[in-house]
Ligand binder design. Structure first.
Ligand code: GTP
Ligand code: MG
Length: 293
C-alpha cells in the first residue's frame, strides 16, 4: 500500500538539519554552510520510493528575533510545524546539549504529533561522550525515538528512514515523481549564490545578504541568468566586489559551476551587487526573495 506524509525538521541553527534532509533524499534541496542561520525559508524536499512519498520540511534554525527577517524566519518555523505527521528535532551530538535546546524540545513534545530526536554529528564524538547525551534524552517525556546519526557521513540513516515510513498516514501523492523540491528554479539559483557567499565571507556579510534572480532565459541547451546580491552597507559591497572585481568573479565562477551541476546545462551568470541599507528590517521583504511563509 502507498503511504505519504509531511515531516517537519526543526532545531537550533547549524545542527545539520539541511544536511540531514539532503542526505535522506539523496539530492541537494537546501543549502548548507558552517555559519548559523543558513536556511531562511521553509523548504520542502521530497523523498520518493516505489511505496512511499515523504515530504520533509526544512526550517530556519531557532534563534532570537532581532529584525523583520528573523520574524519571517520564526513564522516559517511555526507554519512548518502545523499539521505534520512527524516532527524531527535535530541536535548537535558533538557538544553537550544547552538548556534552551532541551526546553525547546520539550515544547515540541507537548504537541499532538510524534517526535523523533536525531542526534547528529556523531562522527565528531565517541561512545563515552555521546552515550550520556543520548541517555539524557530518554528522560524527556514524549520523545518517541532517538537516533544517533551522521548526516555528513551518511551513517545510521537507513534505520531512521524505516521508522519515518512507519509514521506516514496519507495515501495521496502530493508531488509528481520527478519533483524533489517545492521551490522554483529561480529560488534554487539564488540560494546557490547565497551559499557561496556564506562560505567565502565572514559572518557579518553573508548574514546581511539577500539574493534575487531577476531574469532567467532558458534556450534549452543553456541558461542565461542575471541576479542581484543585496547587501546592507557600502563597505560590504566593496568587500564582495573585491579588488579589481576579484571577489565577485570568484562568487560568479563558484556559483555558475554549482548551478550547472544542479541543472545539468551550461549557464551564463551575470551578478550585480546593490546596497539596500537595513533591508532586513523592511516590512515588505518580497523584493529580496522572501514571500509568504
Ligand atoms: N561533522 C559533521 N558535520 C556536519 C554533520 N551534519 C552537518 N554538518 C556540518 O554542520 C554545518 C551546518 O550544517 P547545516 O545543514 O547547514 O545546518 P542547519 O541546521 O541546516 O543550519 P541552519 O540552516 O543555519 O539552521 C555544515 O558545516 C555541515 O557540513 C555531521 O553529521 N557531521
Ligand atoms: Mg539549514
Amino acid at each position: 500500500m502507498f503511504r505519504s506524509g509531511f515531516v517537519a525538521v526543526v532545531g537550533k541553527p547549524n545542527v545539520g538539519k539541511s544536511t540531514l534532509i539532503n542526505a535522506l533524499i539523496g539530492k541537494k534541496v537546501s543549502i548548507v554552510s558552517p555559519k548559523a542561520q543558513t536556511t531562511r525559508n521553509k523548504i520542502m524536499g521530497v523523498l520518493n520510493t516505489p511505496s512511499e512519498q515523504v515530504i520533509f520540511i526544512d526550517t530556519p534554525g531557532i534563534h532570537k528575533v532581532k529584525n523583520n527577517l528573523d520574524k519571517y524566519m520564526q513564522n516559517a518555523i511555526d507554519s512548518a510545524t502545523e499539521d505534520v505527521d512527524l516532527l524531527i528535532y535535530v541536535m548537535d551530538g558533538s557538544k553537550d546539549f544547552a538548556e534552551d535546546d532541551l526546553k525547546m524540545l520539550k515544547k515540541y513534545c507537548s504537541q499532538s504529533y510524534p517526535v523523533f530526536v536525531v542526534v547528529n554529528k556523531v562522527d565528531l564524538g565517541n561512545y563515552e561522550t555521546i552515550y550520556p547525551r543520548l541517555a539524557k534524552l530518554n528522560e524527556i517525556e514524549g520523545v518517541e525515538q532517538i537516533f544517533g546519526v551522521s548526516a555528513l557521513k551518511e551513517k545510521n540513516l537507513q534505520d531512521l528512514k524505516t521508522e519515518i515510513f512507519k509514521k506516514l498516514k496519507d495515501d495521496i501523492k502530493y508531488f509528481p515523481d520527478e519533483q524533489y523540491s517545492d521551490k522554483t528554479k529561480e529560488f534554487q539559483i539564488a540560494e546557490t549564490i547565497r551559499e557561496k557567499l556564506l562560505w567565502l565571507y565572514n559572518d557579518e556579510i553573508p548574514h546581511g545578504v539577500g539574493v534575487v534572480v531577476e531574469k532567467i532565459q532558458d534556450s534549452g541547451k543553456n541558461l542565461q541568468v542575471s541576479a542581484i546580491i543585496y547587501c546592507e552597507k557600502a563597505s560590504h559591497k566593496n568587500i564582495i566586489v573585491g579588488a579589481k572585481g576579484a571577489g565577485i568573479k570568484e562568487i560568479g565562477t563558484q556559483s555558475r559551476l554549482a548551478i550547472e551541476k544542479m541543472l545539468d546545462k551550461k549557464v551564463y551568470l551575470d551578478l550585480f551587487v546593490k546596497v539596500k541599507e537595513n533591508w532586513r528590517n523592511r516590512i515588505n521583504l518580497d523584493e529580496f526573495g522572501y514571500g509568504e511563509t
